[in-house]
Design a protein around this ligand. Structure first.
Ligand code: FES
Length: 63
């Protein structure tokens, strides 16, 4: 079973088997397809994946 965990002030952590696609339905292959983080702050340079930029920009999910 797949699981998506919302990290406080951080990314969506995806674990388990899921299919990730772009806006046209083309597959996107994470380095580790059963454990990866999706950017939620909009500042990653490796979208759709989190690259840690949320820390540098002080992303706050309560605002
Ligand atoms: S959530 Fe980590 S870079 Fe956006």
């Amino acid at each position: 079973m797949a699981r998506i965990k919302v990290r406080k002030d951080g990314p969506y952590l995806v674990t388990g088997e899921v299919e990730l696609t772009d806006h046209e339905g083309k597959p996107i292959a994470p380095q580790n397809p059963e454990n990866f983080a999706l950017c939620r702050c909009g500042h990653s340079r490796t979208k759709p994946f989190c690259d840690g930029a949320h820390k540098a920009v002080g992303f706050n999910d309560q605002v």
